[in-house]
Design a protein. Structure first.
Length: 194
């Protein structure tokens, strides 16, 4: 070996030894990125989930402007603890005047927001549930329920069939025309499992 390669090999060994010694130090491990830094779980704030806006005529968001659906954790906590403090007294007064509730009951229902309930909520829920029930068959359903349903077969009209049998009995002959028969297909031993 030449002196140049031996010097290079010695230098590499020294650098490797220095890195091995420094990797034991906590400060060096952090500087080299060898330690995992977990985030502070109390500083993580969840964002509101994405949802389809009810009005498609909305303007696109402006960069840098606070999102209207985002609220600070403090304002959410205040809303949960205090409830709907901004309900008007007119709904409470109308409920008391109608004789449906006492003043105390109307005040409690007003704070809970029950006096401002949507009268058409049942129709809204039924419409939304129907839209969910009528969705297209999903991939999972196609995988789980892959067999096609057996056709129901031909339906026999009972009045015409009874008339055909009476006419044949009155003439004293065998009934004419096709005789309805039920023929079931033989199933394989694994076919009934799914």
């Amino acid at each position: 070996m030449t002196s140049r390669t031996t010097r290079l090999a010695v230098a590499l060994c020294l650098v490797g030894a220095a890195l091995a010694v420094l990797s034991g130090c906590e400060g060096a491990r952090n500087a080299l990125g060898m330690d995992k830094q977990a985030p502070d779980e109390f500083a993580v704030v969840t964002r509101a989930p994405l949802s389809m806006p009810p009005d498609y005529g909305l303007r696109p968001p402006t960069p840098g402007v606070e999102r209207p659906q985002e609220r600070t954790p403090r304002s959410r906590a205040r809303e949960i603890l205090l409830g709907n403090a901004g309900t008007g007294a007119s709904a409470e007064a109308a409920a008391v005047a109608a004789g449906r509730f006492s003043r105390g009951e109307a005040a409690i229902l007003g704070r809970a927001g029950a006096l401002n309930a949507d009268p058409l909520i049942r129709q809204t829920v039924n419409r939304e549930s129907t839209a969910l029930a009528e969705t297209d068959q999903g991939m999972l359903d196609r995988l789980l329920f892959w067999q096609a349903k057996e056709p129901a077969g031909t339906v026999v009209d009972p009045t015409r069939e009874a008339q055909r049998l009476r006419e044949a009995a009155a003439l004293g002959t065998a009934p004419k025309g096709p005789v309805p028969r039920i023929e079931r297909k033989e199933k394989g031993w694994l076919e009934g499992l799914f």
